[in-house]
Design a protein around this ligand. Structure first.
Ligand code: SAM
Length: 271
């Protein structure tokens, strides 16, 4: 088979380290009766060992040349293939067809990883878990706590929905071509029985965090001033002089609930 020339535009950094692949597959721990979806199978570094354990795997790949190569693999008959952009993919339709929660995994294309994850959050109710390889900086943003430089809107929305565990640090040497960044493999499991945070409407939470973090250096009194007076912030035990990175997820939820409970009109939110 002709050698595949990796395409930068699709973030094609293929996993070549067999011990890392083995650990990743052990962490994913695919089971026969589960609905597993791989984003970007590429040259099948993960696809092959996962197919050794289960009878059916759904794959979403944007590069048709890579899909052509999959046709020649021994496990091809186990694959349900979607030649699509995983960011725009209709996961809900897949769930409706299968009628079971889906497990999503992949060594994600780093250029679209954040939008992909945010899109999956929109369908959180149909997801059992997600196991992703990500650029280290994105992984750090997902798990960041208040007060840290990486803490922001992505941390708040991700931790609102999911329990997140970092599983592996992965060196650039484990990929070809070698990326310029370090990587982290992590698990995101949506909360089911116990929810640590509550908001009446996550769109409002998303709106407020967006507003607050648009200018990280601005104090809340200024960035959220059009929604909350200083008096209201103080009543909610939030110091109007604080910067957005020092406000906890619980406090952002309180802010969003205040908006909803007091029927405060925000033009940009369709509740
Ligand atoms: N899974 C392989 C591995 O671990 O070696 C490949 C991982 S590579 C980092 C990312 C893969 O995602 C590539 O196969 C690439 O073509 C594919 N890809 C890139 N953008 C995509 C998108 N928007 N939707 C679906 N697949 C995409």
């Amino acid at each position: 088979m002709r050698k595949h020339i990796p395409l930068k535009k699709f973030s094609q950094n293929f996993l070549i380290d067999s011990s890392i692949v083995k650990k990743i597959v052990e962490f994913i721990n695919p089971q026969l009766n589960e609905i597993l979806v791989e984003i970007g199978p590429g040259l099948a570094a993960l696809t092959r060992p996962v197919c050794n354990l289960i009878d059916e795997l759904i794959v979403i790949e944007i590069d048709k040349y890579l899909l052509e190569r999959l046709k020649k693999c021994s496990f091809y008959s186990k694959l349900i293939i979607f030649y699509q952009d995983a960011v725009k993919f209709n996961y809900l339709k897949l769930f409706n067809k299968k009628d079971r929660l889906i497990r999503v995994f992949g060594n994600l294309p780093y250029h679209v990883a954040t939008s992909l994850i945010l899109n999956l959050f929109k369908n959180i109710k149909i997801i059992k878990d997600m196991n992703f390889m990500l650029q280290k900086e994105v992984a750090e943003r997902l798990v960041a706590l208040p007060g840290s430089k990486s803490y922001g809107r992505l941390s708040i929305i991700a931790q609102y929905y999911c329990n997140i565990k970092i599983l592996l640090d992965v060196s650039p040497k484990c990929f070809r071509p070698v990326p310029k960044v370090d990587s982290i493999f992590l698990n995101l499991t949506p909360y089911t029985n116990f929810y640590p945070y509550f908001t009446h409407n996550v769109k409002v939470l998303s709106y407020i965090t967006n507003l607050a973090f648009q200018k990280r250096r601005k104090i809340l009194k200024n960035s959220l001033g059009k929604l909350f007076s200083e008096k209201v912030l103080t009543t909610l035990n939030i110091n109007p002089q604080e910067r957005p990175e020092n406000i906890s997820i619980l406090q952002y939820c309180q802010l969003s609930n205040y908006i909803i409970e007091n029927n405060i009109y925000c033009k940009s939110i369709s509740i």
